[in-house]
Design a protein around this ligand. Sequence first.
Ligand SMILES: *[C@@H]1O[C@H](CO)[C@@H](O)[C@H](O)[C@H]1NC(C)=O
Ligand SMILES: *[C@@H]1O[C@H](CO)[C@@H](O)[C@H](O)[C@H]1NC(C)=O
Ligand SMILES: *[C@@H]1O[C@H](CO)[C@@H](O)[C@H](O)[C@H]1NC(C)=O
Length: 142
Amino acid sequence: MGTMLQVLLSALFAVALVHSDAVGMTEKTPVGPGFLQDVNTTDSGVQNASLIAIYGYNNQSNDIFLFKVQKIHKAQVQVVAGLKYFLYVDIGRTVCRKGKPYNLKYCSFETHPLLIKRLTCHFELWVVLWKQSWKVTETSCQ
Ligand SMILES: *[C@@H]1O[C@H](CO)[C@@H](O)[C@H](O)[C@H]1NC(C)=O
Ligand SMILES: *[C@@H]1O[C@H](CO)[C@@H](O)[C@H](O)[C@H]1NC(C)=O
Ligand SMILES: *[C@@H]1O[C@H](CO)[C@@H](O)[C@H](O)[C@H]1NC(C)=O
């Protein structure tokens, strides 16, 4: 859990940066509670959010192997009593088995043709800044 907390805290930091960038960037676009804003998929706040999302996905899945994000197609953020991330991603099965200590960074994607599995997912995460807590509110994959 130590690592996840680090990721979380870093993500919170990133969120604040993302938001102020977006505000500075678009004078004519209305910015405020409820508006969905695109965020660069390479943004490290988005990267951190995707780690939190896949952590939640793996915790829930029935697969004996861990999945990892392969590609982030689109990322958006919305101000709702904190911040809500909307991620559209591809995930893939790795060679790492669940139930062992792991670092996803070192889990490579499965390459055996019979074991390869890819899914397209929509994740939503809600980050409450002042409570320093996050919650995965939507996980749907197909
Ligand atoms: C995202 O998380 C990583 C790993 O914890 C951290 O090094 C990085 O600074 C974070 N990004 C931001 C913008 O905080
Ligand atoms: C996203 O950021 C990367 C580098 O950080 C940049 O090369 C790219 O042009 C950006 N994409 C958009 C759509 O702004
Ligand atoms: C992991 O899954 C269990 C049971 O589904 C759930 O109670 C728990 O909150 C989950 N933990 C995380 C960090 O998602």
